[in-house]
Design a protein around this ligand. Structure first.
Ligand SMILES: *Cc1c(COP(=O)(O)O)cnc(C)c1O
Length: 365
């Protein structure tokens, strides 16, 4: 059996180091807002090319706090993609604002800047592009569009830590960017954790207050805040893994390159990597008009796959316009019918990559 993702391999290889890091935190018995968190913030800010990084409880909270820092709320519209994980849009709803969904580019699966432009209105305050599967959205066009109209850009970089666009790290393009360290992400904690990136000093200060009950100093609360901190235990574990991230990203890219060779002749859509983009392959997601049959045959052949995502966000029951979805967002709906993510994680063995390639070709015969 070749799993779509196997986190046990990663944790077996790092077991002693991770246990050592956890022991260090237990020894200090400082669990919230301490040295490990500060060190992780500095290391991630350095990697992503921003002045500040603010650790929070999850990627979803990162998005909520980012919107709160920009004081986006009732009456405001935020344009985001129709095709992503639900949190990209639910965070906007939780802020009291209205998500406005843009269709995607057929090749990158990321938000289409032309659609964003069409949907901007007098109430629009921000744009939330998602770097889906680890491929950067068209950040140059999106940021230019937003700047020209005085709108904020909040990058949802939950799937794309380490990716670059035009040579610049994702996360450094927007006013704010959000990372998730959910266990299955390219840099995954052993629990929930997230981070917000920014180079704006004013937003960084506000975010540090927002994550800690709106307090700038102890027991003095200057704004309505959240209780959402990245704890010391997760920070220490993440620091162990962060040192491996560049090598892990290279491993993901090598797997993707080999899949491309193995599947070059197969009747499938392969992921694109735009010339300006450096993809980090959070997922290696193919397209097939026979997706469900392909997944079934691969499962029978012992190859795990996953569908990210079977239903576009505006089609989710919490959004009422679902019935009109396919007409309004045809590319998102087509993607939801066709996408299939193959096994792609750093510990996947060469022989397994070859076996997956063979199994996919055979399943499509
Ligand atoms: C994982 C993810 C999130 C949410 O992160 P959590 O840490 O699970 O809250 C948001 N957006 C995208 C695109 C994600 O993949």
């Amino acid at each position: 059996m070749i799993p779509q993702l196997d986190l046990q391999r990663q944790h077996a290889a790092l077991r002693e180091e991770l246990l050592g890091a956890a022991a260090r935190v237990l020894g200090s018995s400082r669990f919230v807002l301490g040295e490990e968190g500060r060190a992780l913030e500095a290391e991630v800010a350095e990697l992503c090319g921003t002045r500040h990084a603010i650790g929070v409880g999850s990627g979803t909270d990162a998005l909520r706090l980012a919107l709160a820092a920009l004081e986006i709320g009732p009456g405001d519209e935020v344009v985001t993609t129709a095709f992503s994980f639900i949190a990209s849009a639910s965070a906007i709803l939780m802020a009291g604002a209205t998500p406005v969904f843009a269709d995607i580019e057929a090749d990158t699966f990321a938000i289409d800047p032309a659609e964003v432009e069409r949907l901007l209105g007098p109430r629009t305050r921000a744009v939330v592009p998602v770097h889906l599967y680890g491929h950067p959205a068209a950040l140059d066009r999106l940021c230019a569009l937003a700047r020209a109209r005085g709108l904020a850009v909040i990058e949802d970089a939950a799937q794309a830590i380490g990716a670059t666009y035009a040579g610049r790290p994702v996360g450094s393009w927007g006013d704010l960017a959000c990372l998730s360290f959910y266990p299955t992400k390219n840099l995954g904690a052993c629990g929930d954790a997230g981070m917000i990136l920014t180079s704006r000093d004013d937003l960084a200060l506000r975010l540090r207050e927002l994550r800690d009950h709106g307090s700038a100093e102890r027991y003095r609360h200057v704004r309505l805040g959240f209780c959402s901190r990245l704890d010391e235990l997760q920070a220490a574990l993440l620091r162990v893994k962060l040192r491996r991230l560049p090598a892990w990203t290279e491993a993901r890219r090598r797997i993707a390159e080999r899949y491309r060779e193995l599947l070059a002749e197969a009747p499938l859509g392969l992921p694109v990597e735009r010339p300006a983009a450096r993809h980090v392959y959070h997922q290696f997601t193919v397209r097939s008009s026979q997706r469900d049959l392909l997944a079934k045959r691969l499962a029978e052949a012992g190859v795990g796959t996953a569908v990210h995502y079977p239903l576009p966000i505006p089609g989710q029951p919490i959004f009422e316009r679902g019935s009109r979805g396919a007409a309004d967002w045809p590319r998102a709906w087509q993607a939801a019918r066709e996408v299939l993510s193959l096994p792609c994680f750093p510990e996947l063995a060469d022989a397994e990559v070859e076996a997956v390639g063979r199994a996919v070709r055979r399943a499509l015969e």
